[in-house]
Design a protein around this ligand. Sequence first.
Ligand code: ATP
Ligand code: MG
Length: 448
Amino acid sequence: MIKKFIRKVLGLKAAGPQRVPRAKHTIERNRISPAALKVCGVLHEAGFSAYVVGGAVRDLLLGATPKDYDVATNARPEQIKPLFRRALLIGRRFRIVHVIINQDTVEVSTFRAAESADAQKDEHGRVLRDNVFGTQEEDALRRDFSVNALYYDPATEEVIDFHEGLSDLKKRTMRVIGDPATRYREDPVRMLRAVRLAAKLGLSIEAGSRAPIKKMAPLIGNVPPARLFDEMLKLLMSGHASACVRRLRDEGLSQGLLPLLDVILDQPLGERFVTLALAQTDERVKTDRPVSPAFLFASLLWHEVLASSKAREKKGERPMLALEAAMDEVLETQCEKLAITRKLTATMREVWGMQPRFEQRSGQRPYRLIESPRFRMAYDFLALRAASGEVPEELEIWWRSFQFADDETRRAMLQPENGPKPRRRRRRKKPAEGSSEPAGAPPAEMAD
Ligand code: ATP
Ligand code: MG
């Protein structure tokens, strides 16, 4: 203890790692993925050292099931690849090897050196390149939190602890390795990781690691939007999205992330909607049911779209055009910070764009709507709107029945056509066209 104190005062590094034998930790070898064990075994046989590292060790020690397995080794990527039948070299910035065994992919990376003072950085101090190989000790030092810097050696069944990660795990706390402000500046995503992992694992963030977050939160704005999107997706799909979002707000991190999340959460209707969407997602993740990121992002941003669309309608824009313009505006604002992929935004638009069509319950329109490939998702979205009190529950119940009803019941459910058909009026204005639309077709801007 005294030695440790003196070392701390003198700014010296701890003297070597702590090697914890099997009898003194709780990881059972047979709970580790066979693929990860195999990878370590093959590397050992080839004369290299290899450890399960990072989140998997942390989760196993906490009694949780790891999401994925990472292996760290002193072998170089070009030495790793030929040892396995199915192995892919990936990553431009830092090459790692994905080894595929049966259905599992194990991420194998060579020990990496910590960010050095002369690493290439942007004007805010964010490290742009850190692709220098290093020793195991250096590899531990460049990891973000002490609980993420634990190595498990399947050969000896020892846990190797360089930064008192085991003691932090016992205290159920996340502590940044090194100076927190410096580490956040090097990579602001670490602040999001702190919140996500703490919420997911029910850990606290140690006071010193927590303190700089509020002030440094704006640095998140300099993170490339594609990386931010990946991290946000991890957070929302973690099965603990509600807790994560709450904690993001508490730590002052929500603003730069989904720029208008605060605004949404401050609206009574919007808050209910977002809360329900997140709770539903968490429930699905926990029960191993599929979750659609498009649906989730569409939910998070729906009240932004609604607000903008209503404002436009007030100014006299026609409803469908107002909705289109609102979708453009909201997605443009969001994608500046968070690169939501095109595939996702296309689906989000479809789901949003279909919502007004649920109001139309006469003629052929309901039949066409249920034929749409996105009907299921759009209907689930409607159900969420109804549950949050935005649209009458009766509307959702109608569609719930209509989609499963037989022909006769459907016919009886249809509402009478009302009001003049807008198509007629338009046609009178353009008599030269002569083309006749099929009976019951929706106005042009309503069509798929
Ligand atoms: P999970 O997989 O449960 O989301 P994880 O901690 O395993 O959590 P990964 O993204 O799989 O997260 O990263 C694996 C390991 O790589 C981490 O445990 C940590 O040691 C290290 N790491 C990941 N991201 C960073 C970062 N931004 N800075 C420093 N080290 C990192
Ligand atoms: Mg992981």
